[in-house]
Design a protein around this ligand. Structure first.
Ligand code: COA
Length: 416
């Protein structure tokens, strides 16, 4: 960050605390920087209208140590408010005195200046007043001042031995520095499934995505699954909603094979895949993985459930093999097991379509007679490769998929 600078002082000038040093203009606001010290301007680090860089010295002030120094504070900040707003703050009839940098520090830490006791001249609130206030609130221990850089405030009553003139110190004022320290940044390499996600998703976003969403009334399916669950359980299989969603998708793909296709890299040829290898996005401890249920077009709902159980068990154990993780032709992502309604799923190349399912919610809806009933509603969000799939095809497929799920008995007609 850098700031344009206008100055009020020149080298050799004497300044007192809170005298204006310069005016800085950032892209957000104009702020007057004031001196924190009584002393003599020894060096200006910038000429008029030059760009001053945050974190670099702005001006060197030679101070007479015998007079003590009030406080160390950041000199240049980029306040979100205008210059006028920073000159003073009126709280319950009292003006609080503080520099823009101090006001910003208070604002960034949600501290009301009216609650802070100012220890500066005319009860002016200093940076350390804010830091002390913050430390009391959080129990944090303030970092010690680096040697020779920060001059701690001196109690008013304390007398300071006069320093010989030649020992007067030059203090470069930094433009800005971190205000509150909390922990350390951590950098770690991207590995494993995350690395694969970087590669796949970067490639995916080269595909022009078309989005289409709808809501599905699963009231009948919720009941059907309740009825069938014990049957599946007897056979040692957990029956969730996914096998129905997957089978309905496969029945839809039989009618709209373009959604189970892939486009070659040069966009010259489309390959219609014979197998419906339907990928299921899985949230695992190792990250997102998408194993696929192979040949769904020839599987029963129970067989899909059984295969899904196997993939889930291997997925949680981090033991899925290459065969399970490759060869997918279409994907469903049931993010609704975690939450949410609509989403914008990203196609997994070389596939051309993906559906994301929201959470099933009980919501009031009208039946055919205009009566309100408790409906089990789920939202679906489709994304398709708009280079080869048009909106109408996606919508027709979605309508078909929806009809199978809203009236699960209708699946029987098309099951082989
Ligand atoms: N809304 C509300 N509840 C749902 C639901 C939905 N959309 N889908 C499933 N459920 C319920 C299930 O019925 C089950 O309840 P039950 O134990 O009472 O029967 C429960 O949530 C857990 O289901 P789960 O065991 O996870 O099976 P599943 O077949 O529904 O889902 C996965 C399997 C792999 C899809 C799921 O575990 C998962 O990982 N989802 C996250 C996918 C993801 O991260 N997508 C984002 C990709 S960027």
């Amino acid at each position: 960050m850098c700031l344009e600078c206008k100055r009020y002082i020149k080298e050799g000038d004497s300044v007192s605390q809170f005298d204006s040093i310069c005016e800085v203009q950032s892209d957000k606001a104009s702020v007057t920087i004031t001196s924190r010290y009584d002393g003599i301007i020894r060096k200006l680090h910038y000429n008029l209208d030059e760009i001053a860089y945050v974190g670099k010295p702005l001006v060197d002030i030679e101070i007479d140590a015998s007079k003590g120094v009030a406080s160390e504070e950041d000199v240049v900040e980029t306040p979100p408010m205008s210059h006028e707003e920073h000159t003073h703050q009126e709280i319950k009839g009292h003006k609080t005195l503080a520099t823009p940098a101090v006001r910003r520090l208070a604002m960034e830490n949600n501290i009301k200046l009216s609650e802070v006791v100012g220890t500066g001249k005319d009860n002016r609130i200093l940076k350390e007043d804010i830091l002390n206030y913050l430390a009391k609130q959080t129990g944090a221990i303030l970092p010690p001042s680096p040697k020779g850089e920060i001059i701690p405030p001196l109690p008013k009553s304390e007398t300071v031995p006069a320093a010989p003139k030649d020992k007067a110190r030059k203090i470069p004022l930094p433009v800005s520095r971190p205000l509150v320290f909390s922990g350390k940044d951590k950098t770690e390499p991207i590995t494993g499934f995350h690395k694969a996600m970087v590669k796949t998703m970067s490639a995916a976003l080269k595909i022009p995505h078309f989005g289409y969403c709808d809501e599905i009334d699963l009231t009948q399916l919720v009941q059907l699954r309740e009825d069938l669950k014990p049957l599946a359980q007897i056979r040692g299989v957990k029956l969730s909603f996914m096998p129905f969603f997957i089978k309905a998708a496969s029945l839809g793909l039989l009618q709209y094979p373009i959604l189970n296709a892939s486009l070659d890299e040069s966009c010259q040829n489309v390959t219609y895949k014979a197998s419906h290898n339907i990928g299921v996005a899985m949230d695992t401890e190792q990250g997102l993985i998408v194993p696929n249920v192979k040949n769904v077009q020839v599987c029963s709902v129970f067989e899909i459930a059984s295969e899904l159980n196997r993939l889930q068990a291997l997925g949680s154990a981090g033991q899925l093999g290459t065969n399970d993780l490759t060869g997918g032709t279409f994907t469903l992502s049931n993010i609704g097991t975690i939450g949410g309604t609509y989403t914008k799923p990203v196609i997994l190349p070389p596939e051309v379509a993906i559906g994301a399912l929201g959470k099933i919610q009980i919501l009031p809806r009208f039946n055919g007679k205009g009566e309100v009933f408790k409906a089990q509603i789920m939202n679906v969000s489709w994304s398709a490769d708009h280079r080869i799939i048009d909106g109408a095809t996606m919508a027709r497929f979605s309508n078909l998929w929806k009809s199978y799920l809203e009236n699960p008995a209708s699946m029987l007609i098309d099951l082989k």
